[in-house]
Design a protein around this ligand. Structure first.
Ligand code: GRF
Length: 205
């Protein structure tokens, strides 16, 4: 059983999908704690309802605060809509043990300034016909770590950024729990920039 810390800044629908998948038995991990940079994040309520320990840290030196809170207590850090970029020791201590979900098909529409509705607005303005979400390991860059899995959605000419966000968020919920499922099963191997996900010997693409 993996012990997980989930980092959140907002509504926490991805956190909820993890909790629901634990309830259904699809994933076996345990959420040890939920940590936020925003005391008003609804995600904190979702955790409190479940009796999960929560922490709110100020943005200054937040990477160290998080490392102090989790060190020795968790195996995996899940960034589920966490808006602060992690830096420093936490990245080396938890190398290939921090995952993030981003609401586009990386390397498109990611990096600095690409969060929230900005991502979907940029995708629509560019005129892409598909978008989606990406679960990836976190490294020193912003949205640059090795990609674990991606799910796609169509983009329609009538879409507003909100329409696209909704369609992608549905896929995020699935992608997030699938990534955790494969990590806890030991199916995930990082080979340089590439991540191989194997299930019983068969590679999943
Ligand atoms: C998601 O779109 C996620 O990809 C992004 O922030 C949003 C968080 O949604 N990083 P929620 O808080 O999980 O509902």
């Amino acid at each position: 059983m993996l012990k997980i810390a989930v980092l959140v800044s907002g509504s926490g629908s991805n956190l909820q999908s993890i909790l629901d998948s634990i309830d259904s038995g699809y994933i076996k991990s345990k959420i040890e704690m939920v940590i936020s940079d925003n005391k008003d994040a609804y995600a904190l309520k979702r955790a409190e309802i479940r009796g999960i320990q929560t922490f709110v840290f100020p943005k200054k030196d937040i990477s160290e605060s998080i490392l102090n809170a989790i060190d020795g207590k968790v195996d995996l850090i899940v960034l589920a809509g966490f808006l602060t970029v992690l830096e420093g020791d936490i990245l080396t201590k938890f190398k290939n043990r921090i995952i993030n979900i981003h609401p586009s098909l990386i390397p498109s529409f990611c990096g600095n300034g690409m969060y929230g509705m900005n991502v979907h607005r940029a995708a629509i303005e560019y005129g892409v016909k598909v978008s989606g979400c990406t679960v990836h390991f976190v490294d020193e860059g912003t949205d640059t770590g090795p990609i674990i899995l991606q799910r796609t959605v169509p983009v329609y000419s009538s879409d507003s950024p909100e329409d696209l966000q909704k369609r992608i968020l549905n896929e995020e919920h699935r992608a997030m729990v699938d990534a955790i499922f494969h990590i806890e099963k030991g199916n995930v191997r990082v080979e340089g920039r590439k991540v191989v996900v194997e299930d019983g010997g068969a590679q999943i693409d």
